[in-house]
Design a protein around this ligand. Sequence first.
Ligand SMILES: [Zn+2]
Length: 95
Amino acid sequence: MIPTTINDDESGGLVVPCPISTNFRCEVQHTLTCNECKTLSVHNEFYHDLSLNFPDSMSEAAHFIEDLFENFFEDEPIDHRCEECGSTSATLSHR
Ligand SMILES: [Zn+2]
């Protein structure tokens, strides 16, 4: 999981851990796993300048980001037709 430590020290600096520390550009690897035959289908996606409505307060923003990425990186069921067995049940995971 993503470290959730926020370094809010005397310098007033706010350090948000990777992968969102650099201009909100990141590469996410999606892995589709067939629930029937476990065939993997992997593709990469680049996110540039994610359009997010951030709260005004930095502390609120930090929590917002935590929640966002906790949800974002959770595995989720998805309808995806497997090329191997034809199953339409797969699991999408992000790394
Ligand atoms: Zn399959």
